[in-house]
Design a protein around this ligand. Structure first.
Ligand code: HEC
Ligand code: HEC
Length: 309
């Protein structure tokens, strides 16, 4: 099977994110003609909607795409998303498609070790086999970078990967996501994109002390979201976006524009760069799904709750 890593028009050192994904999509479209099960052009869209770049590229330091991310501070230590370019030593160049599939579906590394759920595999696990193959085909079009991944700076005892077994038993439900009977195809498509690909709930849901998603309050907001940003309540509650129409939710996913005329920022800005690349029908499907989220009151900041109790 041929990969097109040496596609001559690729100039990826100019890395504004928009330019980056634009160029990569072109490369994807070219590689789509290559033989093999994955379709890189379709994979480019999954790649954008899954925001792989957002974590796996140090955008501020302007390092090569997917060559490893900026520090991600968490309660469990500082994590660095590794190099996932096709470099044989520092990236995924020596991985098989089956190993990649296992990482996405089961959260396991090349040697079968447990991966930390800072990598949102609990969401990606829901992806279809076809989407994972397409994604893999697309990732092969990204030029290899020999930048070494940084080691995580975990707090004791979280550096011990085998301990993740407990977390997995409690919080990990292996995919792929099965459609819900009795719901429309559009709603199911929206649920799939929101839950498995764009992982909206990974940011917009509060977490318990062990870092698991508090499922009873899913989508009710996380004041201590990634990078300490407030990812607001997006349920139908008055604390959330109950007053927004499906069209208004579609618009935010398309342009980042909010009903009040303001624009979205922070981590959501990168998310929108991805959802803007979906088809209008896919954005509408996500909006229809979000509009169906059960109304739930916002949860207080964990620190405030702890003081009260
Ligand atoms: C929220 C941040 C985040 C996002 C988004 C993200 N990743 Fe990661 N990813 C990580 C972190 C952190 C790790 C390291 C986990 C570990 O060491 O256990 C990782 C690990 C991986 C690994 C395992 C690599 C290895 O060397 O073991 C693969 C493969 C991977 N990510 C692919 C992807 C793909 C494909 C996407 C987009 C669909 C993606 N990631 C999106 C943070 C992220
Ligand atoms: C990386 C974390 C992250 C992910 C993933 C994410 N969001 Fe957000 N979202 C945020 C943050 C942070 C804000 C607040 C941004 C701001 O205030 O400018 C936000 C804001 C929003 C808002 C505006 C709410 C309001 O009251 O202003 C909506 C709607 C929204 N997100 C929907 C979604 C949907 C739908 C998805 C999945 C397709 C998603 N988000 C994925 C972090 C995220």
């Amino acid at each position: 099977m041929m990969t097109r890593r040496s596609f001559p028009a690729l100039k990826l050192s100019a890395t504004s994110l928009g330019a980056l994904v634009g160029v990569l999509c072109l490369a994807g479209a070219t590689a789509a003609h290559a033989a093999g099960p994955g379709n890189a052009a379709r994979g480019a869209v999954i790649f954008a909607a899954g925001d792989c770049v957002g974590c796996h590229t140090d955008l501020k330091a302007k390092t090569a795409p997917l060559s490893g991310g900026a520090p991600m501070p968490t309660d469990f230590g500082v994590f660095y998303a590794p190099n996932i370019t096709s470099d044989k030593v520092h990236g995924l160049g020596a991985w098989t498609e089956a190993e990649f599939k296992r990482a996405m579906r089961e959260g396991k590394g090349k040697g079968g070790e447990f991966l930390y759920p800072v990598f949102p595999y609990p969401a990606f696990s829901g992806m279809s086999d076809q989407d994972i193959s397409d994604l893999w085909a697309f990732m092969k079009t990204v030029p290899a970078s020999n930048r070494a991944s940084k080691a995580h700076e975990t707090k004791f005892p979280f550096g011990m990967r085998p301990l993740l077994i407990g977390w997995r038993v409690m919080f990990f439900h292996k995919g792929p996501l099965a459609p819900v009977a009795g719901k429309s195809a559009e709603w199911n498509r929206g649920r799939y994109l929101a839950e498995a690909v764009a992982h909206c709930g990974e940011c917009h849901s509060p977490r318990n002390k062990l870092g698991g998603i508090d499922e009873k309050n899913a989508y009710a907001g996380n004041p201590a979201g990634p990078d300490n940003q407030n990812a607001p309540n997006i349920t139908q509650h008055k604390d959330g976006i109950g007053s927004w129409s499906v069209g208004e939710i579609e618009e935010i996913l398309n342009s980042g524009g909010k009903p009040d005329g303001d624009y979205i920022g922070g981590g959501m800005g990168l998310v929108v760069e991805g959802t803007a690349k979906l088809s209008a029908a896919d954005r509408k499907a996500i909006a229809v799904y979000v509009k169906s989220l059960e109304a739930r009151a916002s949860t207080p900041k964990p620190a405030a709750a702890a003081k009260k109790g």
